[in-house]
Design a protein around this ligand. Structure first.
Ligand code: GLU
Length: 433
C-alpha cells in the first residue's frame, strides 16, 4: 500500500500527467521485455551514471544576486562520450532532465553514432532575461560543470531556448578554464567558431528525410508523394520551422502552425517563409494574413494527413489521441506523446514515427561537427546534407525492419534497435554478463 502511494506521488505531475521519466521507462521496458533483457541488464541500462545538480549565483542587471538551479544528467557513455542538449526553461525539472538524458542514449544508438546520452537544463525564463544575464548564467553554469564536460567526456549542444550564441559562451568559458582551445567540447556552435554548416537546420531537415523515407516505403496512409501531404506543425521554433520550410519547399501543404500563444490555420496552405517574416515583424504568429486563429489543441485535432508535434513533452494525451484526424504522427519534439495516448493512437491505426528516430538529425549533425573539430576539417553543406540523408534513411529502414521482424510499432522497434546496440557494447566491454 505504502509502495503504491509513493509510486503515484513520484510519477504523476501536478497536471495529472505522467512525468517524462515514466513515459521513458515504459517505452524502454516494452522493448527490453521483447528482447528478453534480464532485470540486471535492464537496470544497468536504465540508471543514469552521473547526476549533477547545482545552485549557482548570478549577478542580475539590477545589481541583485540571484540563485539559479542547473542540472546535467549523464545517462550513459557505453557507446561513446555523453551527448545531449542544454535547455533553458522555467519548467525544467530533475525528472524531465533524467528522461531527456535517457532518450539521448537511445537516440544516438538508433542513428548509430558513437555517443552515449546526457541532458542539461537551467531553471530560468530566457524571455525575461537580458543577453548579458543569459551570458552570465551560461558562463557560471559552464564553469561549475567544466570538470565534467569535455570533447571526450560530455558534449553539450542546443536544446529548447538555447542556440549557437549560448554554445559559443560555453566554448569560451570551457577554453579559458582549461587554457586550451577545444572546439569539440560543444556542438551547435556558430559556423565562424567551428560550428558545422547545416547544424541549425539539422533536426528539421532530418525529420523531413525520415518522412520522405516513410512515404517512399508506403507507410504514410493516403500519401504516396510529399506533394500530396497536408501537414500541421505544433511548435515553430528551430525544429518546427526548418521542418515546415523543407516540407513546403518540397511541395507539401502546411495547413496549420502554432507557437505557445496559439496557432494559425488555412486549409488552402500557409507559406512558412512568410509566416517567419510575419513573426519577425510582429513578434507573434497570430494575425497572419488569410489564416484563422486556432488554439494549440485545435491544431492537434485539425484535418491533415500528417501531424508534427515539434514543441514540448506530453502534448498528445489520451483525450486528444482519441480525436486526432491525422493518420501519421511525426514526433519532432522529445516525448510529445504520453504512453496512454500512444496506445490509443496505435489502436486507432495511426502510424507514429517516434522521437528518438524522427528528431535524431540534430544530434547526427552534432556528431559531424564533433568529427570536423577533432580532425580540424571543414565540410561543405553538400557533404553534411548527403551524410545526414544517408544516416536518417538507414536509421528509418533499420527501425522499419525491426518493426516487421518483431511485429511491433515503430516506437518499440526503435527501442529494440537501440537497446540491442547498447547491450552488445556492454557485452563486448565485458561489463555484463
Ligand atoms: N537537443 C537536441 C536533441 O534533443 C540535440 C542534442 C545534440 O546535438 O547533442 O536531440
Amino acid at each position: 500500500m505504502i509502495k503504491k502511494k509513493m509510486k503515484k506521488k513520484a510519477t504523476i505531475s501536478k497536471e495529472g500527467l505522467p512525468s517524462a521519466d515514466v513515459s521513458a521507462e515504459s517505452q524502454f521496458d516494452r522493448a527490453a521485455n521483447i528482447l528478453k533483457v534480464d532485470d540486471d541488464l535492464k537496470n544497468l541500462m536504465k540508471v543514469p551514471k552521473r547526476i549533477i545538480q547545482l545552485e549557482f549565483p548570478v549577478r542580475m542587471d539590477d545589481g541583485k544576486l540571484t540563485m539559479f538551479k542547473g542540472y546535467r544528467v549523464q545517462h550513459s557513455n557505453i557507446r561513446g562520450p555523453y551527448k545531449g542538449g542544454l535547455r533553458y526553461h522555467p519548467d525544467v525539472s530533475m525528472n524531465d532532465v533524467k528522461a531527456l538524458a535517457f532518450w539521448m542514449t537511445w537516440k544516438c544508438a538508433v542513428v548509430n553514432i558513437p555517443f552515449g546520452g546526457a541532458k542539461g537544463g537551467v531553471v530560468c525564463d530566457p524571455k525575461k532575461l537580458s543577453s548579458g544575464e543569459l551570458q552570465r548564467i551560461t558562463r557560471r553554469f559552464t564553469k561549475e560543470l567544466s570538470e565534467n564536460i569535455g570533447p571526450d567526456i560530455d558534449i553539450p549542444a542546443p536544446d529548447v531556448n538555447t542556440n549557437a550564441q549560448v554554445m559559443a559562451w560555453v566554448l569560451d568559458t570551457y577554453s579559458v578554464h582549461h587554457n586550451r582551445s577545444a572546439y569539440a567540447v560543444v556542438t551547435g556552435k556558430p559556423v565562424e567558431l567551428g560550428g558545422s554548416v547545416g547544424r541549425a537546420s539539422a533536426t528539421g531537415r532530418g525529420g523531413f528525410f525520415v518522412l520522405q523515407e516513410a512515404i517512399a516505403t508506403g507507410h504514410v496512409k493516403g500519401v504516396s508523394d510529399i506533394k500530396e501531404a497536408t501537414i500541421a506543425v505544433q511548435g515553430f521554433g528551430n525544429v518546427g520551422s526548418y521542418f515546415a520550410l523543407n516540407a513546403y519547399d518540397a511541395g507539401a501543404k502546411i495547413v496549420a502552425i502554432s507557437q505557445v500563444e496559439g496557432g494559425i490555420y488555412n486549409p488552402a496552405g500557409l507559406n512558412p517563409h512568410e509566416v517567419l517574416d510575419h513573426i519577425k515583424k510582429k513578434g507573434t504568429i497570430l494575425g497572419f494574413k488569410g489564416a484563422t486563429s486556432i488554439t494549440n489543441e485545435q491544431l492537434l485535432l485539425c484535418k491533415c494527413n500528417i501531424l508534427v508535434p515539434a514543441a514540448m513533452e506530453n502534448q498528445i494525451r489520451g483525450r486528444i489521441a482519441r480525436k486526432i484526424k491525422a493518420k501519421t504522427v511525426l514526433e519532432l519534439a522529445n516525448g510529445p506523446t504520453t504512453p496512454k495516448a500512444h496506445q490509443i493512437l496505435l489502436s486507432r491505426g495511426i502510424f507514429l514515427i517516434p522521437d528518438i528516430l524522427a528528431n535524431a538529425g540534430g544530434v547526427t549533425v552534432s556528431y559531424f561537427e564533433w568529427v570536423q573539430n577533432l580532425n580540424h576539417d571543414i565540410w561543405t553543406e553538400e557533404e553534411v546534407d548527403t551524410k545526414l540523408h544517408r544516416r536518417m534513411k538507414d536509421a528509418y529502414n533499420d527501425v522499419a525492419k525491426a518493426a516487421r521482424d518483431y511485429k511491433v510499432d515503430m516506437r518499440t522497434a526503435a527501442y529494440i534497435v537501440a537497446i540491442a546496440r547498447v547491450a552488445e557494447a556492454i557485452k563486448l566491454r565485458g561489463i555484463y554478463p
